[in-house]
Design a protein around this ligand. Structure first.
Ligand code: NAD
Length: 427
């Protein structure tokens, strides 16, 4: 029997190998291997039918040596404390790799918003903040949207936080709608940030973006914006995949001469699910969910969930694939990593590739705390500068020390956080 996947064990294994490379002492390992603080709580909600349902919520604050914790809140029926722990640790490294003055946190609620009315979802959001309001805040821990949560959820949470504290504090939360403290460019930031790093990787490998094709797992926020900018720099996406709520399985949608992003968006629901029948009518081949990884493309972009490139399917990656840019958090297992490294596939690891979201969240926090907002071009050009600088630092270290890109990114990040802990006198 195969052991169930545990994201926290993966995160710790990744940390351990970097701790060895950095020669970290035992105290630093003991501190950074586990979260500083974790909260697990119940959120009772009065449902529309009058009954009460109790939802489980988690918030984990992995490390705040470099600044307030930062990280999303996910709504997912299979959420576990260990997944949230792993994601909070990855947030610490992600903030550090792009060198923003924030630490790592993450939250989750075990629920499936597909089966909840908006009023019930609002009650979960407000309940989450009532439980956590004293342990979060602009100077403590700043949440953001994540899988199956949106700007609307963030605004309900902000409203509850401000009601509890009796003051306006737009810096409490990011991913807010523009006009109510949100930043221009936040919606695009993760997908665009990924493509800024992809553009740099192509430059380094001497490949023209216009000569490349990509296959993408997922068709939500990250995937959609990554595809938009990738097409703008000349690339062509031939396959995307998504989860089908009715059939409770995933499907891939292929068009060999390239998908039309706006056409597909027109038949996609707000959870990133594509309408199968309408896609077929538009000439897309509807294939099993696993097909996205087997495509003859130059670039793979996993942008759905964790554990999607693993021991079982890594050998099905097409021979033509040169680059994998990880939009999702933790999409590749350590076993699969070894195979990618042996094959010489250029990996842009999650903590770097998808750091555009948190970088723009940091910009949003700065703007919210100043109550002065920048225009979109300013936000996106600042994002480009940060992402490009981070990519260059990681790839230079990888080249000079002959490291796999993930290791190089981790070394930079863990070293910065360990230093901050040491400088504060924690170690
Ligand atoms: P989303 O909810 O908008 O979209 C998720 C997409 O994945 C949907 O299209 C869904 O149908 C698809 N999906 C779900 N299960 C699938 C499966 N088994 N096979 C194929 N497709 C599947 O989420 P998002 O915001 O785009 O986030 C995607 C990933 O990126 C997550 O791992 C998230 O943690 C990570 N991430 C997101 C951000 C952000 O700013 N949104 C930032 C950093 C990292």
């Amino acid at each position: 029997m195969t052991k169930p996947f545990n994201a926290f064990e993966v995160a710790q294994a990744q940390f351990d190998s970097v701790a060895d490379l950095l020669n970290l002492d035992q105290a630093a390992r003991d501190l950074l291997r586990f979260p500083l603080r974790e909260f697990s709580f119940a959120i009772p909600v009065r449902m529309d039918d009058g009954s009460v349902q109790v939802f489980r919520g988690f918030r984990v604050q992995h490390n705040d040596a470099k600044g307030p914790c930062k990280g999303g809140i996910r709504f997912h029926p299979l959420e576990t404390l260990d997944t949230v722990r792993a994601l909070s640790m990855w947030m610490t490294w992600k903030c550090a790799v792009v060198d923003i003055p924030l630490g790592g946190g993450k939250g989750g609620v075990v629920c499936d918003p597909h089966n909840l009315s908006l009023r019930e979802q609002e009650s979960i959001c407000r309940g989450f903040v009532r439980r956590m309001g004293r342990n979060m805040g602009p100077k403590l821990d700043v949440p953001a949207p994540d899988v199956m949560t949106s700007a609307q959820h963030m605004l309900w949470m902000l409203d509850e936080f401000e009601a509890i504290h009796g003051t306006k504090q737009p810096g409490f939360i990011t991913g807010k709608p523009t006009g109510v403290g949100g930043s221009q460019g936040r919606t695009e930031a993760t997908g665009f940030g990924l493509v800024f790093t992809l553009r740099e990787a192509l430059k380094e490998l001497n490949i023209r973006p216009g000569d490349t094709t990509a296959s993408v797992e997922g068709f939500g926020n990250v995937a959609q914006h990554a595809i938009r900018l990738y097409h703008q720099i000349g690339g062509r996406t031939t396959c995307v995949s998504c989860w089908d709520q009715d059939d409770q399985t995933s499907y891939s949608f292929r068009r060999r001469d390239g998908i039309d992003l706006d056409e597909l968006l027109g038949i996609t629901d707000r959870y990133g699910g594509i309408d199968k029948a309408r896609a077929k009518a538009l000439g897309y081949e509807v294939l099993p969910g696993s097909a996205w990884i087997e495509q003859d493309v130059d670039i793979l972009i996993p942008a759905a969930l964790e554990n999607e490139i693993n021991e079982e399917n890594v050998h099905r990656i097409g021979k033509q694939v040169r680059i994998i840019a990880e939009g999702a958090n933790g999409p590749t297992t350590p076993e699969a990593d070894k195979v990618l490294e042996q094959r010489g596939i250029f990996l842009i690891p999650d903590l770097l590739a998808n750091a555009g979201g948190v970088t723009c969240s940091y910009f949003e926090q700065v703007q919210s705390n100043m109550n002065y907002y920048w225009d979109k071009d300013e936000v996106l050009s600042k994002l480009d500068i940060k992402m490009t600088a981070a990519f260059v630092a990681v790839s230079e270290l990888a080249r000079t020390r002959k490291l796999f890109m993930r290791q190089a990114a981790y070394m930079i990040a863990v070293d910065r956080v360990a230093r901050a802990c040491r400088d504060r006198g924690w170690l």
